[in-house]
Design a protein around this ligand. Structure first.
Ligand code: C2E
Ligand code: MG
Ligand code: MG
Length: 701
């Protein structure tokens, strides 16, 4: 065993005197000296001994010092042991050769024995420090390999001095770039920026960052340039593709609608703010087209959200076609077209933002396109839908010079388009705002209308075509507003429905109808039945059956005299519940008819499950009867369908003889309309009925 408490010095020399003197000078100085007379024996013992330092004679018989040095360096276990070459030669050539082969130092013969121990001790210490450094560097390099960044050391001329880098994924054959100008590594356009930043970093210090794509255009990189000293810059190249992609994804999620891929409300608001700022600066006009899909909720409720979603996607596609710049407005200066951007800002709400508008007509062209684009039906599975839009338009700066005003006024205009009959566009005007403020007032007044006794019922007779006798009346609500006079139900019923007041209002109507029935029961008009309109909100809320039963009982009238007109849309929602509610109403004796029939999506098979007595053909189809083939086709189809289901058919809104003739020919049961009579107050109605019944009418069948 070698004594390792002292540093082990291996001496390899063929001269026994040198070996002896080495022992004598180094031994007492605290070294453990082991001598070998030739290279072969030294190499044999080397691995086992693991000396701390080797003094190696260059000129030896057999294997010379160079070969031994080379062999020691070649062995992994000894490659780091310091080797001091001992030479008697004055030439520099062997010294250079020794260094090339990995020698650590050399000593010239004759050896200065007195200083040898110091020299050896110093070399050992330097080597230890050097080994520490090397280990630290190895560690650092190993560490650098584990990080994905690539680090280039670049001199002040832009030549790459060194290149260390993680998984080397940025470029193939990285080593080839060492000694080359940085243009060999970065794509040309990027290299230019890197060079510029490099000079700034060298001149002013600091960290300078540029983002770029690499040549394949697929990976995004970020290069940071930091000056190490006045002649050297570090370029740290980092792959930021993932970061970029997730940032883009987050942006997409935050600012784009998932379903249609269109910008969402947030993005739209940003665009609008920017557009207003530019509009102000450049004094150009902006238009906001607020699009709401008419009765879309009904489709969603009836056919489910997946159909609703599909429909929204298709609507978005058609709208996108409407806003394509290239083909919508022919301007003389075609270079300078308005800019058009479509966004989806709510469930069934879209907005088109038009900037750089020169003529107001440009806006109407787009609005008209929207209405036209949605006119053709959409086909899904077995369903066909027509989804009509109501479009409200507000212009900057005329209708508002800020986001809030423009949005509010476009919204008001949209509501006007809706109440004017839907499927159209309206430009905002100041009178609209007055009207929408009026609506707010109406809401408050409506709450007080019952207590103030401002409601009354008018009655419109229904006449049986075959016998020309009045078989019943429809009760239509009238509101005599204290200041405004008569307010149309078309105006206040939707408000009552929106505010929930419809329950109270509806109850008042039924109570009033019952008390009227009571009066007629005690007179000669005891055959007259009354039909009341029931909002789907009424049936849907609370115990409607209980309420009506209570009311007829209190008035002591038979339920058979009260007909309930429900809307087609009620049949579309919560089918199971609706069937159950209607069945119990029928069982209690009430008659049920479907009002405004034909405007919904009911099919024969669908209607079968409901316990109905009659269908009322919507006025719009009757109107078309003598004007176009469509109205006639629909009426004929409804009549045929009703016959199959054993339902009575009542045609609403009959105004002309030609309509009556058509209906008579196609065996419609009853008619109601201005041709026969307008809705009348109770006393006038009574007089009308009595006069009518006293006249003998000859009916030609
Ligand atoms: P509706 O139930 O379809 O009532 C028929 C409407 O058509 C009535 O309008 C009636 O005056 C009108 N009309 C009747 N014949 C003709 C005609 O020949 N030509 C034209 N152009 N119109 C005719 P009104 O009274 O303005 O009522 C509008 C709607 O308001 C009603 O439509 C109904 O949906 C609703 N409504 C009326 N009263 C009530 C009520 O007490 N409760 C509920 N929930 N809704 C009601
Ligand atoms: Mg009705
Ligand atoms: Mg109707």
């Amino acid at each position: 065993m070698t004594d390792r408490s002292n540093p082990v010095v291996m001496v390899v020399d063929d001269d026994p005197a040198v070996r002896l003197l080495c022992e004598q000078s180094l031994g007492p100085a605290g070294f453990n000296v082991l001598c070998f007379p030739d290279g072969v024996s030294a190499l044999e013992a080397l691995s086992a001994l693991q000396p701390d330092i080797i003094l190696l004679d260059v000129e030896m018989p057999g294997t010379d010092g160079f070969s031994v040095c080379q062999e020691i360096r070649a062995r992994k276990s000894t490659t780091d042991i310091p080797i001091v070459m001992v030479t008697g030669n004055d030439d520099t050539e062997p010294i250079n050769r020794a260094y090339d082969l990995g020698a650590t130092d050399f000593i010239r013969k004759p050896i200065a024995w007195a200083v040898l121990p110091h020299r050896v001790r110093y070399l050992l210490r330097a080597n230890a420090a050097f080994a520490d450094l090397r280990r630290a560097e190895q560690k650092t390099r190993a560490l650098l390999k584990t990080i994905p960044d690539m680090i280039l050391s670049i001199d002040s001329k832009g030549v790459i001095q060194e290149l260390v880098g993680g998984d080397m994924r940025y470029s193939d054959g990285c080593e080839n770039h060492v000694g080359q100008p940085l243009e060999s590594f970065f794509p040309p356009a990027v290299a230019k920026t890197v060079r510029e930043y490099m000079h700034v970093a060298l001149a002013k210090g600091g960290v300078h960052v540029c983002e770029h794509v690499l040549a394949d255009n697929k990976r995004y990189c970020e290069t940071r340039l930091i000056a190490r000293d006045e002649n050297n810059v570090l370029a740290i190249v980092r792959d930021i593709t993932d970061r970029k992609e997730s940032a883009a994804k987050i942006h997409r999620l935050a600012y784009y609608d998932n379903l249609t891929g269109l910008p969402n409300r947030q993005q739209f608001l940003r665009d609008l703010r920017l557009a207003i700022a530019i509009g102000r600066r450049e004094e150009t006009s902006i238009a906001l087209l607020f699009i709401d899909l008419d009765r879309f909720k009904r489709i969603n409720d009836t056919l489910g959200h997946s159909v609703g979603d599909m429909l929204l996607k298709s609507v978005a596609k058609r709208l996108e076609n409407c806003v394509r710049n290239s083909d919508y407005v022919a301007r003389l200066d075609t270079q300078d077209l308005p800019n058009v951007q479509l966004s989806r800002v709510g469930g069934d709400e879209f907005v088109i933002l038009m900037t750089n508008i020169k003529y107001e007509e440009e806006t109407s062209v787009v609005a008209k396109r929207i209405v036209d684009a949605l006119a053709a039906p959409f086909n899904f599975k077995d369903h066909q839908f027509v989804v009509t839009p109501s479009v409200g338009i507000a212009m900057f700066p005329g209708d508002g010079d800020n986001v809030e005003d423009l949005l509010m006024n476009a919204d008001i205009a949209m509501y006007r388009a809706k109440s004017a009959g839907r499927n159209m566009y309206r430009f905002y005007s100041d009178t609209m705002r007055t009207r929408s403020l009026e609506r707010l007032d109406l809401e408050g007044d409506l709450r007080k209308a019952i207590a103030n006794g401002e409601f009354c019922l008018h009655y419109q007779p229904k006449v049986e075509i075959a016998t020309w006798s009045i078989v019943g009346v429809e009760a239509l609500l009238r509101w005599n507003h204290a200041e405004r006079g008569w307010v149309s139900p078309g105006e206040f019923i939707p408000i009552a429905e929106d505010t929930g007041l419809i329950e109270q209002v509806g109850e008042w109507v039924i109570r009033e109808a019952c008390s009227q029935l009571r009066k007629w029961q005690d007179s000669d008009l005891d055959k007259l039945s009354i039909a009341v309109n029931v909002s789907s909100k009424q049936i849907g809320s609370g115990d409607f059956l209980h309420t009506v039963l209570n009311l007829v009982e209190k008035a002591a009238v038979r339920p058979q005299l009260l007909e309930l007109e429900i809307t087609e849309s009620l049949l579309m929602t919560d089918v199971q519940e609706t069937v159950a509610a209607l069945v119990s109403l029928r069982e209690a004796g009430f008659r049920l008819s479907v009002d405004d029939f034909g405007t919904g999506y009911s099919s024969l098979a669908y209607l079968k499950q409901f316990p109905l007595n009659a269908l009322k053909i919507d006025r719009s189809f009757v109107q078309g009867l003598h004007q176009n083939a469509d109205g006639a086709t629909i009426c004929t189809a409804i009549l045929a369908m009703a016959k199959e289901l054993g339902l009575k058919v009542i045609a609403e809104g009959v105004e002309f003889e030609e309509q009556l003739e058509f209906l008579r020919k196609h065996r419609c049961d009853e008619i109601q309309g201005f041709l026969f009579s307008k809705p009348l107050p109770a006393d006038e109605l009574e007089e009308f009925v009595r006069r009518h019944e006293s006249v003998d009418v000859v009916v030609t069948l």
